[in-house]
Design a protein around this ligand. Sequence first.
Ligand code: HEM
Length: 465
Amino acid sequence: MPVELNDTVPLSWKNATGDNETMLQNLQANILKGHVRDRLHILLLQFAEGPEGAAEARAFLAGLVPLMKSAKTALEEVEAFKQHGSKGTPYVGVGLTNAGYGRLGLTSAVPSDPVFQRGMRHPDSLTNLKDPDPTQWEAGYQQEIHAVVLVGDADSSPADARLAEVEALLTGSITVLARETGKTQHDAAGRGIEHFGYVDGRSLPLFLTEDLDAERDTLDGTSVWNPFLPLGRVLVTDPAAPNPGTDFGSYFVLRKLEQNVRAFKAAEEALATALKLDNNDRERAGAMLVGRFRDGTPLTLQAEDGADKPVMNDFTYASDTVAHKCPFQAHIRKTNPRGSGGFETPDEEKLHLLARRGQTYGERTEGDEPESGVGLLFMAFNSELGQQFEFMQRMWANNSGFPKHDAAAQPGLDAVIGQGDRPSQTWPRAWGNDETQEVPAPVQAVTMKGGEYFFMPSLPFLRSL
Ligand code: HEM
């Protein structure tokens, strides 16, 4: 059976045979399903010009393969952990930029996505995304990046040890342009949160039967919002690999997004005060910016937190078409309107979703409110950058007119990640009540510090170098 990228039936990895099974053995981990990466190291690399540089880069990349594992092995490790609690091995992932392919001397088999080929620093991407000028990015990101290596694990010592093995493969002509260290933040209940304090990583597209079954049977279900996406929204034939029928990769977005926690907390307070929310209701202000309360309770479902066992995800905005519960500009409503965006059919709209694999960075001490030095290493896998990541940031988050609705006032920018002019916005004063108030848009508390587009190739491609 060939690998069906547009199959409307999800793939069962446990029952995969033939080309599907080979595809899973040849694909990098972390693409179809997030790999545990509570500790994460990221290296941004530059290869030297010329034949010697190319040879060393090729040897480095091929040398990484024994440290890596396939999607199949990663899935088996998760299963073994569930069954017997046995710990998995660290994750190593590698991606190349368009310029990186060039340095390897591979110019004819470069992945074809035009957005990948031009890179995140290209003026078209800067304009689309309304990103700061690269001269304001962190120094390492201002250089021409050729490759990214990710090393992750649940614990720091296996992640550090595997990083040392990766570093031992680096030779003199390979420059480390930047290093990042990601570390999961937890709330008092032990849930993974981002730096503004909200549960993150709950709503993700799912590609595999087993993950959809688990979502249905062990979480709040899939009858209202079905998180299934076909493999073709995340996998792309690897054009430089030996066998196009079984060798796949994925476009990988990396963006370092600094979070000004103090500014965000002040924005939550300012909104609560402007709307005259009383004590018990003040927490709703932050929930209106994000679309979920800190514990993950979706604001469109209820007026206060507490629906977090499990954190709900089986919902749409069908009972909130006028946004008197969850504002249109709330982060999760902007980045996934769940069929209510108004410009496309629900099925078309869903094709813009992406497989988020982000990780928080920066150290915190209890109760602090850092203005810099902490944030999100936003990471996501895509099959079409212009239709997924760039579309989401440009046409949804940064677009004041999205989603389309009947009321006169425009939604304005995504209240968490919107970039661009910030017109004032309309907010419901009480949950589910038509009394609304116009308030200046919250300040931009997320700043892009650098990023790039990569292609994470198949394992046979890396072995062939
Ligand atoms: C969901 C925070 C950047 C796209 C969420 C959630 C939080 C969050 C708290 C809710 C948890 C969940 O539903 O999984 C942040 C913060 C960011 C950031 C603090 C920056 C520092 C981005 C970017 C994008 C993005 C750059 C894409 C352009 C999404 C999507 C969802 C989401 C698609 C799921 C929405 C849904 O399906 O309901 N984010 N995010 N986020 N975020 Fe972000």
